[in-house]
Design a protein around this ligand. Structure first.
Ligand code: PEP
Ligand code: MG
Length: 573
C-alpha cells in the first residue's frame, strides 16, 4: 500500500510523527430487563451517579493541575449533567414506575437527549452532545462493571486516533508520550482542540472515518496546522515531515531567547506583551513565559460549575495569589463577565432568547450589587498586595461606567471606614467590545483610566455574527474593514485623551495582524501565555514606519480578501 492522505482541520500547531493507537469505542451491550426490586435498582443507579461525580471531581483536579484550571472545568461540566433534573428524573421514573433496569433507563433517556441536541444548529449545543455521550458512557461502564481504558501501556511517539477526545480520556493522557491527536469529530472550539492546544500536542480534528481508516499500529505523520494526515508515508514525505518537526521545535526553542529581553520594535519603540489568565496556574505560566503582566484576568472561572457564588474571602485569596505571583508586574482583573457563552449556574439566570444581547456581564452586576460589591471589595483588598487595575466588560454607554464607578467609590469609602488597606488610585478601565462603546470612544476615554480592546466580542457585535456558530464563521474575522476601523478609532481616541490602550482579544496574537496593530499605535498586547514570546519576537522584527505603511495600505481596502492578501504578502513570520 502506498501512502494515504486524509484531511481534517488543524487545531493545534506542530508536526506529529508516530504510531497509531486507535481508541475504538466498545459497543456496550444493554439488556432490557424488568427488575424485581425497583428500590434496589434505584440505589444502584444513584450509587453510579455519585461514584461518577466523585471520579469527575478527581479528574478535574488532575487536569487543572496538568493543563489548566479552565480545562479542569470542562470535566466539572459533566457533574452539571448528573444534577440535571431533566435527565435524572426521567431515569428515576423509568426505574421506579416502570421497573426498567438502570442501564436501559440511562441509555434511553440519554439517547433521547442526545438526539434532540444533535438536531439543533447551534455549535454550543453540539458540544453539549459530547458531554452527554461522555457521561452516558461513564454511567454505563460503572453499571456494567467495565473498567476504564488502560493508558499506562501507551508507548512513546503515539499518535492517538479517536472518534472524539473526551475530557475523561484527555485527563489520562501523558503529554510526553502522545506525539499527536487525530479525531473524527469536533471543530476548532471542541474539547479536543482546547485541550491539545493547552498541552501543546499537535492535533487534527474532523478527519472523516478516521477510526475506520487508520489501522492500529500504522505509521502516521500529521500537521496540526494545515490538517494533513498521511498514513504509511513514503520516505520522501516522512523526511519532509521530520524536517518540519525539527523546524517547529527549533522555533519554539529559539523563542526562549526572548526571555528577559524587551518587547521593542526594530527601531527602538517599547511595547508591553502581557498574558491572559483565568487561574493561578495561568499566572504561573505567564511568569515562566516572561509576560510583562496579566492584561486580562478572567474572573468567570471562579464562579462557574458551582452552586453558590464565591465568598469575598475566596475571591480575595484568588486575586491576592495572582498579584503576588506576578511579583510586581501589573494584573488587570476583569469583573464578572457572566452570560453569553459563559454560563454561571450559581447566578440562577433564566434562559433568554438572545443571550449575547441580554442580561449579562456589567448589566447583571449593576442590577445585583449584592454580588458585584463582594467582588469589588475582594479586588480592592487584593490591591494592597501589588499593582492591580480593574477592567469592566461589555460597556455600551457612559451611564453603565458611571454607575460602576459609583459602586467602586462606595466600597472604597467602606474600606477606609473599616481601616482596611487598598490602592486608592486603582485604575478602572473599559473593555472596548461593543460597537456602541466604539462610537462613544471619544467620550468614554475622558472617564476611563484605560481601554482594553476585546476583539473576540468586538468582531461578533460589529459583524452581527455569533462567535460560536460555524454556519456564519466566514463573517467572523477581524480582517473585515468595519472591525479594523473600529479598532483604529479606539486606539486613536485613547491616544488623543492620553490613556493607555491594550488589546486582549485573540487578534492580539495573530502574527499577520500584529504589524497592523503596531502601525495603528497599539503598544500593549495581551495574549495566551504560550504566545507571549512569539508576539515579542514579531514586534522586534518590525520598525514603526514599516508597520504604519502596512496599516495605511490595509485601511484603504474595501474587502476582506484584499486585506488577507496584503497581510499574507507582508508577513515576517
Ligand atoms: C474579547 O471579547 O475579546 C475578550 C477578550 O473577552 P472574552 O473572550 O472573555 O469575551
Ligand atoms: Mg468579551
Amino acid at each position: 500500500m502506498g501512502e494515504v492522505r486524509l484531511q481534517g482541520i488543524g487545531v493545534s500547531r506542530g508536526v506529529g510523527i508516530g504510531t497509531a493507537v486507535v481508541l475504538k469505542e466498545e459497543e456496550l451491550k444493554i439488556e432490557h430487563i424488568l427488575v424485581e426490586d425497583e428500590e434496589k435498582e434505584r440505589k444502584r443507579f444513584e450509587a453510579a451517579v455519585s461514584t461518577l461525580k466523585q471520579k469527575n471531581q478527581e479528574l478535574s483536579e488532575q487536569l487543572s493541575e496538568s493543563v489548566g484550571e479552565k480545562d479542569g472545568q470542562i470535566i466539572l461540566a459533566h457533574n452539571a449533567v448528573l444534577e440535571d433534573p431533566e435527565i435524572i428524573e426521567p431515569i428515576l421514573k423509568m426505574i421506579q414506575e416502570f421497573r426498567v433496569n438502570a442501564e436501559a433507563a440511562v441509555e434511553e433517556v440519554f439517547n433521547k437527549a442526545i438526539q434532540t441536541m444533535s438536531s439543533l444548529e447551534d455549535d454550543r449545543m453540539k458540544e453539549r452532545v459530547s458531554d452527554l455521550e461522555d457521561v452516558k458512557q461513564g454511567l454505563l461502564r460503572l453499571l456494567l462493571n467495565i473498567g476504564e481504558m488502560d493508558f499506562s501501556k501507551i508507548n512513546q511517539n503515539t499518535i492517538l486516533v479517536t472518534k472524539e477526545l473526551s475530557p475523561h480520556v484527555s485527563a489520562m493522557l501523558d503529554g510526553d508520550k502522545i506525539a499527536g491527536i487525530i479525531t473524527q469529530r469536533g471543530g476548532p472550539t471542541s474539547h479536543a482542540a482546547i485541550i491539545s492546544k493547552a498541552m501543546e500536542i499537535p492535533a487534527v480534528v474532523g478527519v472523516e472515518d478516521a477510526v475506520e481508516l487508520i489501522p492500529e499500529g500504522e505509521f502516521v505523520v500529521m500537521d496540526g496546522e494545515n490538517g494533513t494526515v498521511i498514513l504509511n508515508p513514503e520516505e520522501k514525505t516522512r523526511k519532509s515531515f521530520e524536517r518540519r518537526k525539527k523546524k517547529v521545535q527549533a522555533e519554539k526553542e529559539s523563542l526562549k531567547e526572548y526571555i528577559g529581553l524587551n518587547s521593542i520594535s526594530k527601531d527602538g519603540v517599547l511595547f508591553e506583551v502581557q498574558a491572559n489568565a483565568g487561574s493561578l496556574q495561568d499566572t504561573k505560566r505567564a511568569m515562566e513565559q516572561d509576560a510583562q503582566g496579566i492584561g486580562l484576568y478572567r474572573t468567570e472561572f471562579l464562579f462557574m460549575n458551582r452552586d453558590t457564588i464565591p465568598s469575598e474571602e475566596e475571591q480575595f485569596t484568588a486575586y491576592k495569589e495572582a498579584v503576588v505571583c506576578m511579583e510586581g508586574r501589573p494584573l488587570v482583573i476583569r469583573t464578572l463577565d457572566a452570560g453569553g457563552d459563559k454560563p454561571v449556574e450559581a447566578l440562577g439566570l433564566k434562559e433568554e432568547s438572545n443571550p449575547f444581547l441580554g442580561y449579562r456581564a456589567i448589566r447583571y452586576c449593576i442590577q445585583n450589587p449584592e454580588v458585584f460589591t463582594v467582588q469589588i471589595r475582594a479586588i480592592l483588598r487584593a490591591s494592597a498586595f501589588g499593582p492591580i487595575k480593574i477592567l469592566i466588560p461589555f460597556i455600551t454607554c457612559l451611564e453603565e461606567f458611571e454607575e460602576t464607578k459609583k459602586l467602586i467609590d462606595e466600597e472604597m469609602i467602606r474600606l477606609i471606614m473599616q481601616d482596611i488597606p487598598f490602592d486608592a488610585r486603582i485604575p478602572v478601565g473599559i473593555m472596548m467590545e461593543t460597537p456602541s462603546a466604539v462610537m462613544m470612544a471619544d467620550i468614554l476615554a475622558k472617564y476611563a483610566d484605560f481601554f482594553s480592546i476585546g476583539t473576540n466580542d468586538l468582531t461578533q457585535y460589529t459583524m452581527a455574527v455569533d462567535r460560536g456558530n460555524s454556519k456564519v464563521s466566514d463573517l467572523y474575522s477581524v480582517y473585515y474593514p468595519s472591525v479594523i476601523r473600529a479598532m483604529k478609532r479606539i486606539i486613536e481616541e485613547g491616544d488623543k485623551n492620553k490613556i493607555p490602550v491594550a488589546m486582549c482579544g485573540e487578534a492580539a496574537s495573530d502574527p499577520y495582524f500584529i504589524p497592523v496593530l503596531m502601525g495603528m499605535g497599539l503598544r500593549e498586547f495581551s495574549v495566551i501565555p504560550s504566545e507571549v514570546l512569539k508576539v515579542r519576537g514579531l514586534i522586534r522584527k518590525w520598525t514603526i514606519p514599516e508597520a504604519e505603511a502596512l496599516c495605511q495600505e490595509v485601511m484603504k481596502q474595501k474587502r476582506v480578501e484584499k486585506v488577507k492578501e496584503l497581510l499574507e504578502k507582508a508577513k515576517k513570520i
